[in-house]
Ligand binder design. Structure first.
Ligand SMILES: Cc1cc2nc3c(=O)[nH]c(=O)nc-3n(C[C@H](O)[C@H](O)[C@H](O)COP(=O)(O)O)c2cc1C
Length: 203
């Protein structure tokens, strides 16, 4: 599938991000991690080797709020995105508040192909909480012209250019152009980061 969201493309998008990010493969039993970036390993203290092939539940522990885990589980089941502020644990057992986004990414045929996970440590020095992040995300997203906002909203739903073009009844290359422009406007390098911003803004 030439235009599907290929592994290489996703590795590039996630790998270069300064924000901790992972991707899991829901087509394999127990939705194992297949891509993790260096920022995620730095945040959690795990090496890539230790966590590839495992479900991301290794971050949970004794103090993790079960109702928030349930919220993530339910979103994964329903193939929609969710953003929660949950207590997680690093590999050395130390706790941290994780503002985690979990979002489905669909292929050309509308089947879920990956789940994107994006983790941000909340409460660390110089790290705004989710309310402050929402405010900031809303401010920057408010600068987008209407068409770019529509494209962002559909990207945030996990759609690829082809599906976005179909929904907005515009050419795929026009979607690509809008995608490039909106990344610039939002000041992010990758679509994955734009999806995170959209989720923070509540889109
Ligand atoms: C891509 C992805 C990333 C996830 N990231 C986190 C995370 O950072 N923290 C967390 O507590 N759960 C995260 N989860 C949820 C866990 O993987 C798991 O679904 C949840 O803890 C429920 O576990 P259970 O299946 O044992 O009930 C993530 C799930 C996915 C699919």
């Amino acid at each position: 599938m030439a235009s599907a969201r290929t592994r290489d493309h996703l590795i590039e998008s996630i790998g270069t991000s300064p924000i901790p990010m992972v991707a899991s493969n829901p087509l394999h039993p127990d939705n194992p991690l297949e891509i993790v970036n260096p920022a995620f390993c730095q945040l959690t203290g795990y090496t890539e080797r230790e966590i590839l092939g495992r479900n991301c539940r290794f971050l949970t522990g004794e103090g993790t709020e079960p109702w928030l885990t349930e919220q993530i589980r339910e979103a994964v089941r329903q193939r929609r995105s969710t953003l929660v502020d949950i207590l997680n644990y690093r590999s050395d057992g130390s706790p941290f508040r994780n503002g985690v986004l979990v979002a489905p990414l669909f292929d050309d045929e509308g089947q879920v192909q990956w789940f994107l996970g994006s983790q941000v440590e909340l409460g660390a020095p110089d790290t705004p909480d989710l309310a402050a992040r929402r405010h900031r995300a809303n401010q920057v997203i408010a600068t987008l012209p209407p068409r770019q906002l529509q494209v962002l909203a559909l990207m945030a739903k996990g759609l690829l250019n082809k599906q976005i073009a179909w929904q907005l009844k515009i050419a795929e290359k026009t979607v690509k152009m809008h995608r490039g422009l909106l990344l610039q406007k939002l000041g992010v390098a990758t679509s994955a980061e734009a999806i995170r911003l959209a989720a923070e803004a509540g889109i």
